[in-house]
Design a protein around this ligand. Structure first.
Ligand SMILES: O=C(O)c1ccccc1NCC(=O)[C@H](O)[C@H](O)COP(=O)(O)O
Length: 248
């Protein structure tokens, strides 16, 4: 069982425990998220992971065609796509993930509240190249088990932290890609400053992803100075997809 949780986080995790398993034959190769970020880092290119989400608990709402969005992001140099599959709170679907995976040749992150191996089986089958593992909702043992399980498919998870305690657990678990999320999961407030403070504490042999609340080229430059290797951006690009051209 995942950690003790309350409120919407408890509900989202309870739902995740009962998500159906999708059985299908994966038809695309793995486009490694780890290698994609590393490659951009080595070439000193800005690594953007563009997120497809249509709503969220903080009140975000956008209507946009998933395939058009994914193609535009790929054509404009995004190194990856983060696709929300959580349905109740984020309006996501496995169908969007499968359709996007059938369309693009860049890395795809299944963005969900992953707490079971069955969800990782499904991510792989649908064509995802990585899964999100959120430290806040998992025990350290569960995190280690799910990391190992994802790697058995050659999927390297993005392990998300919100504070220094989470970071310690992520490092103990052997995570290789660490995402620092500026959104507080309880209050839903954004605080980019938290990300800037935690980034320098992440060892340099990890790949570091800044997540949430990035709204300009200046934010990216600031986060780079603090050590970020990649940037996960949803709201800005879902509202104005053409902005990707200004970010790279
Ligand atoms: O996006 C939300 O409002 C949200 C609310 C509660 C928990 C998580 C939430 N978002 C998850 C994410 O990680 C973001 O969608 C992602 O980092 C992109 O953030 P943004 O660019 O701020 O949309």
């Amino acid at each position: 069982m995942p950690r003790y949780l309350s409120g919407w986080l408890k509900e989202v995790v309870d739902n995740a425990l009962n998500r159906p398993y999708i059985s299908m034959q994966r038809s695309r190769p793995i486009y490694s998220l780890y290698e994609s970020i590393l490659n951009a880092k080595e070439k000193k290119r800005t690594a953007i992971i563009a997120e497809y989400k249509t709503r969220s608990p903080s009140g975000f709402f956008a209507e946009r065609d998933a395939i058009e969005y994914a193609k535009l992001m790929e054509e404009n140099g995004a190194i990856g796509l983060s696709v929300l599959t959580e349905d109740k709170f984020f309006g996501g679907s496995y169908e969007n993930l499968r359709n996007i995976a059938n369309t693009v040749k860049i890395s795809i992150l299944m963005k969900d509240f992953v707490v079971t191996e069955r969800q990782i089986d499904t991510a792989y089958n649908l064509g995802a190249d990585s899964v999100l593992l959120i430290v806040r909702i998992l025990t350290e043992r569960e995190l280690i088990n799910l990391l190992d399980y994802a790697r058995s498919y050659k999927l390297e998870p993005l392990v998300e932290v919100h504070d220094i305690d989470d970071l310690e657990i992520a490092l103990n678990s052997g995570a290789k890609i660490i995402g620092i999320n500026s959104r507080n999961l309880s209050t839903l407030e954004l605080k980019l400053q938290n990300v800037k403070e935690i980034l320098p504490l992440v060892p340099n042999d990890k790949l570091k992803v800044a997540e949430s609340g990035i709204s300009s080229r200046e934010d990216i430059e600031d986060l780079k100075k603090s050590g970020a290797d990649a940037f996960l951006i949803g709201t800005l690009l879902m509202k104005e997809p053409a902005k990707i051209k200004e970010l790279l």
